[in-house]
Design a protein around this ligand. Structure first.
Ligand SMILES: [Zn+2]
Length: 347
């Protein structure tokens, strides 16, 4: 997803939590900072840091899945029922896969494995690492954060106010995490075929299509205008409007969140497993969008243009994909945020 879509997903997740009315303290932290923190939602894709040479850019984050031919076959097989169970009843991707017949039992009995060229880039690892660190950083929050989290820390006496986590930084970390969670919902992001690479048509076109639907209201220059960045205090709190603007996008994706309760993370799962399972489901979706028989995993020349596989005919598949990808990106973000918040404030 690109900048606008990532910003919208994170802000929409705040609205979802606010509408649920359960995680009030977390909403109190994030809502007034929706604009300021929005930079975090897209910063993980920025590779233009000019500091200290090649290693200075923000680290990439991928999890490209493909058929596995190594020795540990069983370990990399995830049967359909198993995956749907892991995704949980709230998952719209799961419901879509449930109804699908194009991936047969042979497909589901095949081992698939995520390929990551460098360990640090592994998408579920990045989400897990950030969420673990966030729990620690939230425990050492400044006065505003401290006020929202019960109990106290014994080493507080050794911390000067400046070493504590500022609420603006904390909110931005939540938004950064939303980026990784949302990327796991993007089918091309989890598909190892060349046809799913960003510059090979399908991936970029799908993201452009979503970005147009999200609209210019979530463009970074609108959320973070230059003149206001220079004098941030002047803007005041207009977060009610920003959240409403995010809800207003729902219709573009045919989303209906009215009855949606933000569930807990599935029992027995952590952030790593939740993101991994979503990646696995997104790979299955990619194999439906660009059918794997027609566009084989081992064919480096196969391309599946957006207007051939999605933006065609009655566009039923496109509309389905739009709906469940966005729904799960928003809901999974809210689920994982809530999980982290509960860890530091309740459990
Ligand atoms: Zn990304």
């Amino acid at each position: 997803m690109n900048q606008r879509t990532h910003s919208w997903i994170a802000i929409r997740a705040i609205a979802l939590l606010a509408d649920e009315g359960e995680e009030e303290d977390l909403v109190t932290l994030l809502k007034p900072l929706a604009r300021e923190a929005s930079v975090g939602a897209w910063i993980p894709d920025q590779a233009d840091a000019k500091r200290g040479g090649a290693g200075a850019a923000t680290e990439n984050h991928i999890f490209k899945i493909e058929p596995y031919t190594g020795q540990q076959r069983e370990r990399f097989i995830t049967r359909k029922d198993e995956l749907l169970g892991r995704l949980g009843a709230h998952s719209m991707t799961a419901r879509f896969l449930q109804d699908d017949n194009s991936l047969d039992s042979g497909w589901w009995a095949t081992p698939y494995r995520g390929d990551v060229p460098k360990p640090g880039k592994h998408l579920p690892n990045r989400a897990m690492a950030l969420s673990t660190m966030m729990k620690d950083l939230l425990l050492m929050g400044n006065k505003t954060i401290d006020h929202l989290i019960p109990g106290d820390i014994r080493f507080a006496q050794y911390m000067i106010p400046e070493t504590r986590t500022q609420e603006e930084a904390a909110a931005m970390y939540f938004f950064m995490l939303s980026h990784f969670v949302a990327d796991a919902c993007m089918p091309c992001h989890c598909d190892g075929r060349k046809l799913s690479l960003y510059d090979e048509g399908l991936h970029k076109e799908m993201e452009k299509h979503w970005s147009r639907k999200v609209g210019t209201g979530f463009e970074k220059k609108k959320l973070l205008p230059e003149d206001l960045l220079a004098d941030w205090e002047r803007i005041g709190d207009d977060s009610d409007e920003i959240l409403q603007q995010a809800r207003n996008v729902d219709g573009k994706f045919d989303l209906h969140f009215e009855q949606t309760r933000v569930p807990d993370l599935n029992p027995g799962q952590d952030v790593w497993l939740a993101v991994l399972n979503q990646c696995r489901a997104s790979f299955a979706v990619a194999s439906i969008i660009a059918p794997y028989r027609q566009y084989p995993y081992d064919d480096p020349d196969a391309r599946a243009p957006f207007d051939t596989v999605l933006d065609t005919g009655d566009k039923k598949l496109l509309k389905d994909v739009n709906r469940f990808v966005m729904y799960d990106a928003v809901l999974n973000t809210a689920i994982i945020w809530k999980h982290i918040w509960n860890k530091v404030s309740k459990e």
